[in-house]
Design a protein around this ligand. Structure first.
Ligand SMILES: [Mg+2]
Ligand SMILES: [Zn+2]
Length: 194
């Protein structure tokens, strides 16, 4: 099977509202056009892959079972809108908080690209035609590390990062979008066919 492009999507602040640690499924809320954006990717044959840092696990703020329930709720909410993620990838680690095995200098906590590399290997993705979308500079660094495009969304932390902190960005975004839908529009037009 030929490898296909993907859009990698950060969770908190990009796909869902940034509300701090999501320690209960009731705190998880899709942003307004998220399901529509995922549905567009599904219909275009582009993999939609969530990649998220969840250091709340390492910090002991919530368990792996709670994380699983939260992500199941996300999948359910998307399914009700006829939208489907092709993969959900999570880094539960933190380099200095909590206890092993979650206190770890891992390769998967963004800005490191481990989650993207794992997804590419498991799902057969063409990283050079892929795009990473997120609301933080660390999402852009992970994108650049694997040769994917990087889009900053202005939801979540994105607006503040872009307005007040862009001079500190190690990696410039290839595009800045109002939200995930805008990012998907750009990725489908500019990245996928290349
Ligand atoms: Mg985020
Ligand atoms: Zn990790």
């Amino acid at each position: 099977m030929a490898s296909r492009p993907a859009v990698f999507i950060d969770r908190d602040g990009t796909l869902t509202e940034e509300v701090g640690y999501v320690n209960h499924p009731a705190r998880l809320r899709l942003l307004p056009r998220s399901a529509e954006a995922i549905r567009r990717l599904n219909r275009a044959g582009v993999a939609a892959v969530m990649v998220t840092n969840q250091a709340g696990i390492a910090r002991g703020y919530f368990s792996e079972d709670v994380l699983r329930a939260v992500n199941e709720s996300l999948v359910d909410q998307l399914a009700k809108a006829d939208a489907r993620l092709d993969g959900l990838y999570v880094c539960p680690h933190h380099p200095s908080e909590g206890r092993p095995p979650f206190r770890a200098e891992c390769e998967c906590r963004k800005p490191k690209p481990g989650l993207l590399l794992r997804a590419a290997a498991e799902l057969g993705l063409d990283l050079s035609r892929s795009t990473m979308v997120g609301d933080k500079p660390s999402d852009l660094v992970a994108a650049r590390a694997v040769g994917a495009g990087g889009v900053l969304v202005l939801t979540g932390y994105g607006l503040g990062e872009w307005e007040y902190r862009r001079a500190t960005f190690e990696v410039e975004p290839d595009h800045v979008a109002d939200d995930l839908m805008g990012a998907v529009d750009w990725a489908l037009a500019r990245r996928v066919a290349a």
